[in-house]
Design a protein around this ligand. Structure first.
Ligand SMILES: C[S@@+](CC[C@H](N)C(=O)[O-])C[C@H]1O[C@@H](n2cnc3c(N)ncnc32)[C@H](O)[C@@H]1O
Length: 246
């Protein structure tokens, strides 16, 4: 077995055990996750399609991280994304669940508009149609549930709080106060031993040659999530960080 084949069999727990907050390690880990995405035809075809049509953000490496997470899931799990754009991550979770014979209840909280924050703007688009398009492109039933609005609104928090989730992924507004609200409101919905995935949040880590994310997001994670003793930080891959509920 060559080295890449052996790395391809490493699990999320393996990567968590060996993660280091070190510039060289993180440059290597991100580059390796990119190669592992490209070696997997399912991940590669999905990310190629997304990149060719500006259907999503983040790094190619993150597709491998989502695969590691889904591979860790029980046969039935639930997923909540805060800040759905055009459906890249909702469809990827559905695709990975389908290919591993898992049932996934998939929820996405989204304004369905080009709602912006102080850091980022987005194009005008028919977002609901875009989310349908990426699902049909990959032969996925539109089995996702959309919660439509801005994440800091009480109504959205109440709607999402009707259930707990095995994975919560926060990638909505990037203003400090929005991220704090998201961590407090939606982090609380992560099941025991479930995962909280934070985008754009590695500015205070030794993240090597990767793009570190956005300072207000990283500050919120440092001030609110890192001191929360009910979560354990597992690793960062570039600006994506994975925490587990203890
Ligand atoms: C960076 S994009 C998400 C990208 C997505 N995770 C992906 O990989 O394709 C952030 C999205 O969150 C939306 N957004 C911004 N502020 C928000 C808020 N307060 N509540 C919910 N969504 C928000 C934006 O309109 C945008 O669609």
């Amino acid at each position: 077995m060559n080295i890449m084949d052996s790395l391809a069999t490493s699990t999320l727990d393996d990567w968590s055990r060996c993660w280091e907050n070190d510039n060289d390690y993180n440059s290597w880990f991100h580059a390796t996750a990119t190669i592992l995405t490209n070696q997997d035809s399912l991940l590669k075809s999905h990310r190629d399609w997304v990149e060719a049509r500006d259907y999503g953000f983040g790094d190619r490496a993150f597709h491998h991280i989502w695969k590691l997470l889904v591979d860790q899931m029980p046969s039935n799990f639930s997923f909540l994304e805060i800040g759905v754009f055009r459906g890249q991550v909702l469809s990827l979770i559905a695709l990975l669940a389908m290919h591993t014979n898992r049932k996934a209840q998939i929820y996405g909280l989204t304004p369905l508009t080009n709602y912006r924050d102080r850091c980022c703007t987005y194009p005008v688009s028919e977002y609901e149609k875009d989310i349908e398009t990426i699902h049909s492109q990959f032969n996925l039933l539109p089995n996702y549930n959309l919660i439509v609005g801005a994440s800091q609104e009480r109504r959205m928090i109440d709607e999402a709080s009707r259930r707990k989730y095995t994975i919560v992924y926060i990638d909505g507004g990037h203003d400090y106060e929005t991220v704090v609200s998201d961590i407090v409101s939606y982090g609380a919905l992560v099941e025991h031993r479930g995962y909280l995935v934070m985008d754009d949040s590695s500015n205070h880590l030794n993240i090597g040659n990767c793009w570190p994310g956005l300072e207000p997001v990283s500050r919120a994670v440092r001030n609110i999530l890192e001191p929360d003793s009910t979560f354990k930080h597992l690793f960062a891959c570039g600006h994506l960080r994975v925490f587990r509920r203890k």
